[in-house]
Write a protein that binds this ligand. Structure first.
Ligand code: EPZ
Length: 418
């Protein structure tokens, strides 16, 4: 099992180029089933993307990857399509459930493994199924599989999500593309990754309007055959490196971002005391001497993202006084806390709120990653801790961070994979 070895307290300076968004690429790959010929650029070559590609190949889509150009070409000749997403491919990558919407709307049936839970929570898909049933799908659960069909095709409908869900919004959005007539989705998630999916679907010729949390889709039986699309930047990766800069940056330059998309995160880091300048889409960040405490609650976009909660918590260990972060999205997303405490962080958890007493001196230790974002928070802690930190189980990291060591090494970090 690979590990990361980090020697702490090296001030970071240099420039970091942000990769394409994993969480935009996954639904767009699922939606590619609808077209004949798709060319995706700025794709992050991380583990979850390769798993989704395995799933699409299993279904019968031809996929070519051009690593150097970060490009994926997908061809759906509509021959020998297998409307099945097997357990072995969905269990490690829950976003596999996103093929449900595209298989149903194009082939009128789908058998998709129920995605298991994961370290951060049970991760049910009841809202996905609620929305697809509203579009006319007949759904039953058997032997751990979702068995869905719509013999007459899906029918557009008015659907109000009982609670905001990124994946359910994406599944319903894709399913509505070839449903008969108009679909009105309310109380939708409107993450930038969903807006990127909408841009992709519009290129297929689907008429989609969005206002606030309402999305209106006019279904079309036949969509454009050929689509070119550049994936939006990864705002969570950008936020992660901005926090690294706030922690120990002498001067870090972040490129390939859309600063307006992460303006709230930038505002919070400035409030804590980081020195940030934004010129067009180039962000420069330097750590501040004395960091001020802050209270944050994770919320659906445009609120503070749950995917940056673990990373922000590391920064909060260095703020003066008691900072608080409430995890409002997932039921168990504090798995990084025991590991940070072993490095000397002073953190107390009450219900879903962590109180972080700072500033506290962190000391390197051997720690264990439990999920994608928890693992990167341990790397951030290692960057500011005395001595050496060893992060175990970094396969979690490889699911969502492209060239992490390379990008940090380029900024003088002492980090290597062992
Ligand atoms: C997406 O997961 C992201 N994954 C997650 O990023 C991200 O943390 C999450 O959105 C929230 O922003 C991808 O985009 C591939 P949800 P998703 O449906 O769609 C509950 C990462 O680190 N819920 O918005 O699964 C759910 O349990 C990953 O890149 C239901 O109860 O998130 C959670 O508590 C981690 N029933 C809340 O809603 C459902 O049917 C939000 O989940 C669906 C969700």
């Amino acid at each position: 099992m690979q590990k990361l070895l980090i020697k702490g307290k090296k001030n970071l300076a240099g420039s970091i180029s942000i990769s394409g968004s994993k969480n935009a690429t996954l639904p767009i790959l699922a939606a590619s089933i609808l077209a004949k010929d798709v060319n995706l650029t700025n794709v992050p070559l991380v583990k979850d993307i390769f798993t989704m590609i395995e799933l699409l190949k299993f279904i019968g889509i031809k996929v070519k990857i051009f690593k150097k150009k970060k490009t994926i070409q997908l061809k759906n000749s509509n021959k020998k399509i297998n409307t099945l997403a097997p357990y072995k491919l969905v269990k490690t990558m829950r976003a596999g459930v996103l093929v449900l919407g595209s298989l149903l709307t194009k082939y009128k049936k789908a058998k998709v493994s129920l995605p298991g839970g994961c370290a951060i929570g049970t991760r049910p898909v009841d809202i996905h199924l609620f929305a697809l049933k509203k579009l006319g799908a007949k759904i039953k659960i058997k032997d751990g599989y979702i068995i869905a069909e719509a013999k007459q095709g899906l029918i557009g409908n008015k659907i109000r999500f009982p609670s905001i869900s990124v994946g359910a919004t994406e599944n319903a959005l894709i399913a509505a593309c070839s449903a008969e007539g108009k679909t009105v989705l309310s109380n939708c998630a409107i993450e930038p990754e969903i807006l990127d999916l909408i841009t992709f679907l519009k290129k297929l010729g689907i008429l989609i309007q969005i206002s606030g949390r309402k999305i209106i889709i006019n279904g079309k039986k036949s969509v454009k055959k050929k689509v070119n699309h550049k994936i939006i930047f990864d705002r969570i990766e950008a936020g992660t490196y901005l926090i690294a800069g706030a922690l120990i940056g002498k001067k870090i330059i972040i490129r390939n971002v859309l600063s307006r998309v992460i303006k709230n995160e930038i505002k919070i880091l400035k409030k804590i005391g980081a020195k940030i300048t934004v010129k067009k889409n180039i962000i420069t960040i330097t750590k501040s001497k004395n960091m001020k405490k802050i209270n944050v609650i994770t919320k659906p976009y445009p609120g503070f993202p749950t995917d940056l909660q673990a990373q922000l918590m590391v920064l909060m260990t260095q703020t003066k006084g008691v900072s608080k972060i409430k995890e409002n999205i997932f039921e168990n997303r504090f798995m990084h806390v025991p590991e940070l405490k072993r490095m000397g962080a002073k953190i107390e958890i009450q219900n879903k709120t962590a109180r972080i007493f700072g500033p506290s001196k962190l000391t390197g230790a051997e720690v264990m990653a439990t999920d994608l974002r928890a693992s990167v928070s341990l790397v951030l802690a290692g960057l500011i801790a005395d001595n050496r930190t060893i992060v175990n189980r970094i396969y979690h990291l490889d699911r969502g961070y492209e060239f992490l060591e390379k990008k940090l090494k380029k900024c003088n970090a002492v980090i290597k994979r062992i």
